[in-house]
Design a protein around this ligand. Structure first.
Ligand code: PEP
Ligand code: MN
Length: 298
């Protein structure tokens, strides 16, 4: 692959590869990272799925979700206890569960036998969360919080780096380079939608940048996950964008799943229920097989 573009700014140049992000750059066209997290292989034939509620709302809810998504074939349980909520007005329902939520995640992980991914927002909680999480999630709003990235990287825990919703591919790879510079090689990129002017409606808060998947794969050896739930912010669009993500060549899928989506404490417009999740797993598996001879189930 040859990069001709030399324009400075948002676009990646050939000089960037050698000087700005040498560690995350591909050494050759067939260079793709392969690694295992909690027994689940990334970058191979499997396309792992991360599923769960937006927020760890209660001990019972997260345990119920863990059991159900695992039964449908999910590889990781997702859910935030530390949440970057857009508005500061909390209520009993709309509230972070913080340390208690991490303990509930730990319980759900043990009861269901499924590894977990959860968001880290503050350096002061990195150690505590690392004791439970199999993957540390850096949210879109923290993609360039470099002290946080470095603190997470130093734990040696695998890290999912969500793309900043206004970030270029160049900035995203630069942030991943900060993590790899600490000797941490288990990094997963996650496209979760970008903000563009015509998406300023409730039913299209962000635009899922599917094109960044093949674009990133030209440049980096790191696996790339798609999160159609946060991108679309709209339940009916999650299935088509999940299937399109698999067809676009992702290495993993993150999905919000809730037993009672309309009553989700946060972002009730976007989660899918257990039944739709289970059916979607089968359909995504078929697309993965037909498109790339990869698989999601079995
Ligand atoms: C999340 O995954 O719950 C989340 C807050 O995602 P993002 O950082 O992409 O908004
Ligand atoms: Mn969310």
């Amino acid at each position: 692959m040859k990069i001709e573009n030399k324009a400075p700014g948002k676009d990646v140049t050939i000089e960037d590869m050698a000087t700005k992000f040498p560690l995350v750059s591909k050494k050759n066209d067939s260079h793709n990272s392969k690694f295992t997290i909690a027994g689940v292989e990334f970058g191979g034939n499997l396309i792992p799925v991360f599923a769960g509620p937006n927020m760890v709302e209660s001990k019972e809810l997260i345990q119920d979700v863990a059991i159900n998504v695992k039964n449908s074939g999910a590889h990781f349980l997702r859910g935030g206890a530390f949440k970057p909520l857009t508005f500061p007005y909390r209520s009993v329902k709309y509230n972070e569960t913080r340390e208690q939520g991490i303990n509930w995640l730990s319980n759900a992980k043990d009861k269901a036998g499924i590894p977990v991914i959860t968001e880290v927002m503050e350096e002061g909680f990195v150690q505590m969360i690392s004791g439970v999480a199999d993957i540390l999630q850096i949210g879109t709003r923290n993609m360039q919080n470099f002290p946080l990235l470095t603190a997470c990287a130093k734990t040696g825990k695998p890290i999912m780096l969500k793309r900043g919703y206004g970030a270029s591919l160049r900035d995203w790879l630069g942030a991943a380079e900060y993590i790899m510079l600490e000797g941490n090689e288990k990094i997963i990129l996650c496209e979760r939608g970008v903000s563009v002017p015509h998406t300023h409606r409730a039913s299209s808060r962000f635009l899922l940048d599917l094109q960044v998947i093949p674009a990133a794969k030209e440049l980096t050896h790191l696996p790339i996950v798609s999160d159609p739930s946060h991108a679309t912010f709209w339940r009916p669009w999650v299935k088509p964008m999940a299937l399109a993500s698999v067809a676009a060549g992702v290495d993993g899928i993150m999905l919000e799943v809730h037993p009672d989506p309309d009553n989700s404490a946060v972002d009730p417009l976007q989660p899918i229920d257990y039944s739709d999740f289970s059916k979607l797993m089968v359909t995504m598996d078929a697309v993965a097989k037909a498109s790339y001879n990869r698989h999601i189930l079995g």
